[in-house]
Design a protein around this ligand. Structure first.
Ligand SMILES: *Cc1c(COP(=O)(O)O)cnc(C)c1O
Length: 202
C-alpha cells in the first residue's frame, strides 16, 4: 500500500494480492485504488465480499465480460493516475523514485537529529516513506501546538500511530525533494523556538 512505486516488490515469494491507491508513491490524486491479484485468489473471492461496491471479483468479471466499471468510474482520477504513471516512468521508475525518497528521508533524519529529535526505528528498519520520531521530553512540547505552528507555516505532519509510546510522524513522499525537506527542517526549528522548546531530545 505504502511502498508500491518506490520500493521493489519481491514477487518470488508467492503473493496473493497487492493493493494500493493512486495517491501514495505513484503521486496521483486520491480517488482510485487497485489490486494486482492472482486469478486463483480472485476466483476464491467470488461471492465473499461483505460490500457491494468493493466486490473485487464482481468488478474483475465485469471488466472481463463487459469491459466496463460496474458504477460510475472516477474518470478524472483515472486520467490523473495515467499521467502520474507517465511521470513515474519519466523520472526513472521505481529505482529513481525510491532514490529521491531515500534522499528526502536521509536529509530529514539528519536535520531532525541536529535538533536532538530521535527517530523511533533503527536505520536498518527505516523505510523511506514516513519517519516516526519520539516525542520530546521538554514539557513545553506537545503535538497539537507543534502541529499548529508548522501548519501556520505551510507544513502538515501526522500524529503518531503507536501504542509503544508517544510519537509523531513526518512523511518523505510526494512531489518533494531535498530543498523542500530543508525548508521543513527550518520550519521545525522556527516552530520549536516559538514554543520555547530548546531540544527535541526524548
Ligand atoms: C494510505 C493508506 C490507506 C488509505 O488509502 P487511501 O487510498 O489513501 O485512502 C490505508 N491503509 C494504508 C496502510 C495506507 O498507507
Amino acid at each position: 500500500m505504502r511502498s508500491l512505486g518506490a520500493l521493489p516488490v519481491n514477487a518470488r515469494d508467492p503473493i496473493d494480492a497487492i493493493a494500493a491507491s493512486a495517491n501514495k508513491c505513484l503521486e496521483g490524486v486520491p480517488g482510485v485504488a487497485f489490486v494486482l491479484a492472482s486469478e486463483r485468489a480472485l476466483m476464491a473471492a467470488r461471492g465473499q465480499a461483505p460490500s457491494l461496491s468493493l466486490d473485487l471479483h464482481d468488478q474483475w468479471s465485469g471488466f472481463a465480460e463487459k469491459g466496463e466499471w460496474r458504477f460510475t468510474p472516477p474518470t478524472q482520477v483515472v486520467a490523473a493516475l495515467a499521467a502520474a504513471l507517465d511521470r513515474h516512468a519519466a523520472e526513472g521508475g521505481v529505482a529513481a523514485r525510491g532514490e529521491r525518497y531515500r534522499q528526502n528521508c536521509a536529509a530529514l533524519i539528519t536535520g531532525m537529529r541536529a535538533l536532538d529529535f530521535a527517530p523511533l526505528l533503527a536505520p536498518a528498519h527505516q523505510a523511506p516513506i514516513i519517519v516516526t520520531f519520539c516525542m520530546p521530553a521538554d514539557p513545553r512540547f506537545a503535538f497539537k501546538p507543534f502541529y499548529d505552528q508548522l501548519a501556520a507555516r505551510g507544513f502538515l505532519i501526522y500524529p503518531g500511530k503507536l501504542t509503544a509510546g508517544p510519537s509523531f510522524r513526518i512523511g518523505c513522499i510526494g512531489a518533494i525533494d531535498e530543498s523542500d525537506i530543508r525548508l521543513a527542517l527550518a520550519t521545525v526549528a522556527a516552530s520549536m523556538q516559538a514554543l520555547g522548546v530548546a531540544s527535541g531530545a526524548p
